[in-house]
Design a protein around this ligand. Structure first.
Ligand SMILES: O=P(O)(O)OC[C@H]1O[C@@H](O)[C@H](O)[C@@H](O)[C@@H]1O
Length: 301
């Protein structure tokens, strides 16, 4: 059975609906304060370029695939309703079904110097047949402006509770990962996915990158900074209602193994992911909602 994609509602002049690589539907946003691209596949923010700058803060791989069943590589994948491998069925797609699904654009509107887009995903036959078969509604609000605001609200319309994981798995562009540091998580213990299942104590210093890095911090911070001295730039990451944070860079060997990731691209990206994963998974009682959000802000330092 084929399901027709939802029609696109009427758009303000600041938003153009286009067809991108692989025939994927993409919204090109030109607000007075920034431009951005959002694919309906995965409600995937693929770029955000504040006005007066010439490069996207959000990184996309040159090798990204744009095809069914394969997530885009880069941008802001939404991991939902599980993170990583599915605990009950390892044959399920990594990081959940939301990043592979076609989201519906509910509304796009100008608000002052920003453009606000609302996208929606809900359960269907395929999701109900998955290893996480609950009824749900997810609303994702993207505010494109001098800040980029992302907010994911999940509602449980059913009569029984469910538990889910979620991550805004953002890839940031950096000048060279080897000179970048991530501040704000100094006092937060973490799981090192390359080391084993036991939590490691907080390091008391900023994260620096000297090899493959794949950490789940067991907490968050008011502001997490991606400090890039070569670019004289700090990206401030301000999560809300997020109780875990993932920091990831694949480095040389893992990058070489990924078909959709250029061999040298690991030098120019870092993922700092606003999450509720693992022990921070969210349980929603019948009728309840939860919103996890993040604001990105760029400053020169
Ligand atoms: O290749 P994927 O499924 O997009 O995942 C990329 C990475 O995503 C990170 O969030 C995980 O912590 C890593 O373990 C994983 O390798």
């Amino acid at each position: 059975m084929s399901v027709l994609p939802a029609p696109i509602p009427s758009l303000p002049a600041s938003v153009q609906a286009d067809v991108g690589p692989g025939g994927l539907r993409v919204l090109r946003v030109t607000a007075p304060s920034a431009s951005a691209e959002i694919y309906l596949r995965g409600a995937h923010v693929a770029s955000w370029t504040p006005a007066g700058t010439d490069a996207s803060v959000i990184w996309m791989s040159e090798k990204s695939e744009y095809t069914d069943g394969v997530p885009l590589r880069g941008g802001v994948p939404i991991c939902f309703p599980w993170f990583g491998a599915n605990a009950d069925d390892p044959s399920e797609p990594s990081h959940g079904f939301a990043r592979l699904a076609e989201w519906e654009l509910v509304e796009a509107k100008d608000v002052g110097s920003t453009v606000v887009l609302t996208l929606r995903l809900h359960d269907d036959l395929a999701t109900r047949a998955s290893a996480w078969g609950h009824r749900f509604e997810a609303l994702y609000t993207v505010t494109v402006g001098g800040h980029l605001d992302l907010a994911l609200t999940v509602t449980n319309p059913d009569r029984k509770a469910f538990t889910y994981e979620a991550a805004l798995h953002t890839y940031f562009g950096v000048s060279d990962i080897r000179s970048v540091s991530v501040t704000g998580l100094e006092d937060v213990p973490f799981l090192d996915k390359l080391d084993g299942p036991s939590p490691l104590p907080a390091e008391g210093e900023a994260v620096r990158f000297v090899g493959e890095t794949d950490r789940v911090y067991l907490g968050s911070a008011e502001t997490i900074g991606v400090v890039d001295p070569n670019a004289k730039r700090v990206i401030d990451v301000k999560p809300r209602e997020s109780s875990s944070t993932v920091v990831w860079n694949p480095w040389v060997a893992k990058a070489a193994k990924m078909a959709d990731f250029g061999d040298d691209e690991w030098t120019t990206m870092v993922c700092v992911e606003t999450c509720n994963v693992g022990a921070a998974a969210v349980t929603l009682e019948a009728g309840a909602s939860h919103t996890m959000s993040v604001r990105y802000d760029v400053t020169g330092r």
